[in-house]
Design a protein around this ligand. Sequence first.
Ligand code: AMP
Length: 282
Amino acid sequence: MQVLSSVHAFQNQCLDLRCSGRVTALVPTMGYFHEGHLSLMRWARENADTVLVSLFVNPAQFGPAEDLDRYPRDLERDQDLARESGVDILFTPQADEVYSPNHDTWVDVPGLSTYLCGQSRPHFFRGVCTVVCKLLNMALPHTAVFGQKDWQQMVVITRMARDLNLPVQIVGRPIVREEDGLAMSSRNAYLSDQERRQAAHIYAGLQYIQDWVRDGETGTAKLKSRLEDYYARNIPSGRIDYVHFVHPWELTPVDRIDSQVLAAVAVHVGSARLIDNMLIQG
Ligand code: AMP
């Protein structure tokens, strides 16, 4: 596995790969790898000739009061895990090379970005889209792989790629969970033992929704309040950011579960803001 930090070197090498006809897949990440990240790398290993992984904690997607400075990092461990997962090139650029001091161009998908996480993180998707667009331009991959844990991110990036005619296929892969159901996340490292136990209820609550729907409750206002009650009772260290029921690809609110609907939640537990989601069948 090669580790490249220079944008120029990475871009040149990826251009050569693209010209050589090899099929490449890019997995964009912010590092501190867990099984969720590794599942994307393994999928890429099975479906491409060359696996590219970017590891970049993107300042542009963090708000001023968010956790950019304390976001967990462990480059040595990440290198070992990437190598074991069959990654060919690990790209680890510095922020000042990705964003020049007079950087002035932003990629925005303003409609989809206003829902769900966009409400409490208004600049988040502009930062994500800009960095992903830059990474796609540097890496020129045939495929870029994203996790469904960040469902809205996958939807926004898919729309961006379509709207801008980017020559890449966006692939979404299933959420990888801990044994008790908590979605794996680098931010789980912020949780105390007690918070960690409570955080498992985020997914447990989502699972109840499908039962409530099966028992005949299909109005999303009722389902939302039942889930909020469940969280209030079972996650005393938690503060709900949102519980929403939306169209999976438009992200618009839906009143009734009569077709496939995405239940999406964000909950602050201690100092971690955790997100999760589940497709609910009507
Ligand atoms: P991050 O490093 O958190 O920006 O995540 C990098 C990629 O890994 C994104 O496409 C995420 O959606 C994906 N990812 C993160 N956690 C998980 C998970 N538990 N299961 C599947 N994919 C994940």
